[in-house]
Design a protein around this ligand. Structure first.
Ligand code: PRP
Ligand code: GLN
Ligand code: MG
Length: 507
């Protein structure tokens, strides 16, 4: 899940984009990039690493200009090489750069089509470079020197016709403006904000999550609707239009379960409040199904599950204790690119406080169990710390199917819930009892924040893919390409780029 941000302002945007990226860091820890336009040219800095490591003062000084884009990357297509860090850019037409969150499911076909029909070459394995070239190709067909909003929107309509999958994207066009758009199912989130400039006019910002607006002093205006595009000219004029045929609101439910920050609101739903409701519902289920269990204490697995666990404890009338301490300098485990790193990071990241476990029957709570990397080790740690019995609750149901829309779960076989029933999963993670939230309850917990949303993207639980184009053949192809072994084999290449980036220079 990447984080994206774009700002069109009256004053330099580099610091605001940097600050916004730091609060979107939880969406991608692998690479970061900022691109601005200054005196008719792009200025770019992107590299592998966290925001604080990628941008030094010398880079920030170079990133001049009042319009810019930023990206934090969690690779879910292609490789982790710095050459695939974002934003990407193309020279023609105008000079366009793009930052993308999500995954295209038909990137291979589009790549071929781009060559066959437009002789466009894609030099990386990134689906985002494909998306940028599709947009560039469509804008190229409009040959006027100045782009009208109508021409931009008709290009985005073509993008929607051609591209499948989940995408929220922001593109910047030299001498014209910035366009942000969201796929027709609204799978990936994106919000619009505004701020009053000193001269009384408005500056605009688009970002993956509302928390980014808060961080840099923009007021939330609204979420982009599924299929909608907003175009902000260099002068700061805002236009918006629905660009997709039959859009359908179907946001990714995993944003609420795990990805997004609790202080964000997505599609009118507070992520924090939805997690509290997940806790309420799961608490009720535990009370009903485990009435005879002698649980002494509820302990969360930091960090994402803390709000959920507290509510479960309230519902069960049990004490809530933060029995695991999280090392604040270690990032999120699940979005690390390889399984070896993920396994190692659990014990580096979490440590048990012995007194909270010794001689007790503990209920550990996590937001989700994906590969079982965390639950497996954490249960072992609870036992080492002296727990008598270790029960485990997951606020999301069993994850049984791959994700194809921008969450790196490409291989069914790597999912602990794939093809396994509750008892078997419980045995593998080594718990004395295991309980999952029902999908109905999870959906209701989120929907209670905005009853206009009838459906969510829940394919990891159901195997039903809303875009309707995901075949067994595609899933097998994805598995071969991106399972952990395949990625480990590519490790050497991930650390070395085919193309060095020419983004260093003098201010
Ligand atoms: O079953 P797994 O494959 O281990 O994946 C699930 C775990 O990964 C995530 O935590 P993560 O450490 O990424 O982030 P957090 O600190 O936000 O909880 C999630 O919150 C679960 O704890
Ligand atoms: N998680 C994401 O949004 C990733 C965007 C894009 N598919 C990439 O891998 O760079
Ligand atoms: Mg976690």
């Amino acid at each position: 899940m990447c984080g994206i941000v774009g700002i069109v302002a009256k004053t330099p945007v580099n610091q605001s984009i940097y600050d916004a990226l730091t609060v979107l860091q939880h969406r991608g820890q692998d690479a970061a990039g900022i691109m601005t336009i200054y005196e008719g040219n792009f200025r770019l800095r992107k590299a592998n690493g966290l925001v604080r490591d990628v941008f030094e003062s010398k880079h920030m000084l170079r990133l001049r200009g009042n319009i810019g884009l930023g990206h934090v990357r969690y690779p879910t297509a292609g490789s982790s090489s710095s050459a695939e860090a974002q934003p990407f850019y193309v020279n023609s037409p105008y000079g366009i750069s793009l930052a993308h969150n999500g995954n295209l499911t038909n990137a291979d076909e589009l790549k071929e089509m781009l060559f066959n029909t437009a002789r466009r070459h894609i030099n990386t394995t990134s689906d985002s470079e494909v998306l940028l070239n599709i947009l560039a190709h469509e804008l190229c067909i409009k040959r006027d020197l100045e782009l009208t909003p109508d021409a931009v929107f008709s290009a985005i309509s073509k993008v929607h016709e051609l591209c499948r999958g989940g995408y929220a994207a922001i593109a910047m066009i030299i001498g014209q403006g910035m366009v942000a758009f969201r796929d027709k199912y609204g799978i990936r989130p994106i919000v619009l904000g505004k701020r009053e400039a000193a001269d009384g006019s408005f500056e605009y910002m688009v970002a993956s999550e509302s928390v980014a607006l808060d961080a840099v002093g923009f007021q939330f205006v609204r979420d982009l609707a599924p299929g909608e595009a907003v175009y902000i000219t260099d002068e700061g004029q805002l236009f918006s239009q629905q660009c997709a045929e039959q859009p359908e609101n179907c946001p990714c439910i995993f944003e609420y379960v795990y990805f997004a920050r609790p202080d964000s609101k997505i599609d009118g739903i507070s992520v924090y409040a939805s997690r509290v409701r997940m806790g309420q519902r799961l608490g009720k289920k535990i009370a009903k199904e485990w009435a005879d269990l002698d649980i002494d204490v509820v302990i969360p697995i930091p960090e994402t599950s803390c709000d959920i666990a507290l509510e479960i404890a309230n519902n069960l009338d049990l004490p809530y204790r933060q029995g695991f301490v999280k090392n604040r300098y270690i990032g999120r485990t699940f979005i690390m690119p390889g399984q070896t790193e993920r396994v190692k990071s659990v014990r580096r990241k979490l440590n048990a406080i012995g007194t909270e476990f010794k001689g007790k029957n503990v209920l550990l709570v996590d937001d989700s169990i994906v590969r079982g990397t965390t639950s497996n080790q954490i249960i072992e740690m609870a036992r080492e710390a002296g727990a008598k019995k270790v029960y485990f609750a997951s606020a999301a149901p069993e994850i049984r199917f791959p994700n194809v829309y921008g969450i790196d779960m490409p291989s069914a076989n790597e999912l602990i819930g794939h093809g396994r029933e509750l008892d078997e999963i419980c045995d593998i993670i080594g718990a004395d009892g295991l309980i999952f939230q029902d999908l109905e309850d999870l959906e209701a917990a989120v929907r209670d924040g905005n009853t206009d949303i009838k459906n969510f993207e829940t394919s990891v639980f159901t195997g039903h893919y809303v875009t309707g184009d995901v075949t067994q053949e595609y899933l097998e192809h994805l598995d071969k390409l991106r399972n952990d072994d395949a990625k480990a084999d590519e490790e050497f290449f991930q650390n070395s780029s085919n193309m060095e980036m020419h983004n260093e220079g003098h201010p």
